[in-house]
Design a protein around this ligand. Structure first.
Ligand code: SF4
Ligand code: SF4
Ligand code: SF4
Length: 275
């Protein structure tokens, strides 16, 4: 049995999410926020707890609990578009609700604290892609990362056009955009994973949200660091990284540093406990 101090980090995480849950509940007067952030906080804390207990499925637990909740409950049952076009939609209508809060917490300001934790523990697209067989990229990175900016711009143009053309029933369009968008994401994500033999190819080349993630996670408080007094340069960590990060370099500008999804595969596989 581990010392209770080993479990301080999941407890702190739970308290941070609870603070967000209570603040939003009281300021917005909506009980939903209390339930929503308590559930997400519990799922992620449970995953960290399981990681400390050395469960091999710790990350998958959070991915499935949060990913399915967002996709099925928020997206399909509550009909809230939590994709990037939903974010633009709520932003243009001036409503600080649903997708805008989700983006602010998980994808814009949250990454200053927990980097791309969303990508490792909560994203419902990666939740499916991570079941595919190419956990570690078999080929070097392609130079097609610019596609992120095209998909980002396309989502903005799509929603702007709906507003400029004063199209009616935008709520309904947003719901169908969520369904069509997800089907497309899964289809392209799975096809690319097989084409490039890399589960995370969609994240590396296509996903528009990385346009927010990259600059914010550059300053992330939580990041994998290397203790060079212990490291023997065996290279095992780099061999298991799904995102091609050079985690042995502690500089913020390290290779693919803003791509780290905090999956902890490198930490688990380091024979010297240097990470
Ligand atoms: S990069 Fe995009 S698709 Fe990949 S995990 Fe992050 S949010 Fe999900
Ligand atoms: S696995 Fe550990 S010891 Fe080996 S290179 Fe990476 S940090 Fe250094
Ligand atoms: S293996 Fe390490 S550096 Fe690579 S994404 Fe996972 S936590 Fe980040």
């Amino acid at each position: 049995m581990k010392n209770w101090k080993a479990y301080v980090s999941p407890l702190i995480l739970l308290l941070i999410f609870e603070a967000v849950a209570v603040t939003l509940w009281l300021t917005k007067g909506n009980l939903f926020y209390l339930f929503n952030f308590t559930y997400i906080g519990f799922s992620i804390s449970l995953s960290v707890f399981l990681f400390i207990r050395k469960s091999p499925h710790a990350r998958r637990v959070a991915q499935l609990m949060v990913g399915l909740y967002m996709l099925v409950y928020l997206g399909l049952i509550r009909r809230e578009n939590m994709q990037i076009e939903g974010f633009w939609y709520y932003l243009f209508t001036g409503v600080f609700e649903a997708a805008t809060i989700h983006y602010a917490v998980a994808k814009i300001f949250g990454p200053l604290l927990f980097g791309r934790g969303w990508c490792g523990y909560a994203c419902w697209t990666a939740m499916v892609l991570d079941f595919l067989p190419f956990k570690v990229p078999a080929q070097p990175r392609k130079k097609i990362g610019w596609i992120h900016y095209v998909t980002f711009a396309a989502s903005l143009v799509f929603v702007s056009a709906l507003f400029l053309a004063k199209v009616g029933h935008i709520e309904e369009i947003m719901f169908w955009a969520f369904i069509v968008g997800n089907v497309l994401y899964y289809a392209v994500g799975i096809a690319l994973a097989f084409a490039f033999k890399d589960n995370r190819a969609f994240c590396k080349y296509i996903c528009p949200i990385t346009v927010f993630f990259k600059p914010m996670s550059y300053f992330s408080l939580m990041r994998v660091q290397c203790d060079h007094t212990k490291c023997v340069s065996c290279g095992k960590c780099k061999k298991v990284c799904p995102m091609d990060v050079d985690m042995t370099d502690n500089a913020r500008s390290r290779k693919n540093g803003t791509e780290c999804i905090l999956c902890m595969e490198c930490v688990k596989n380091c024979p010297k406990k240097a990470l």
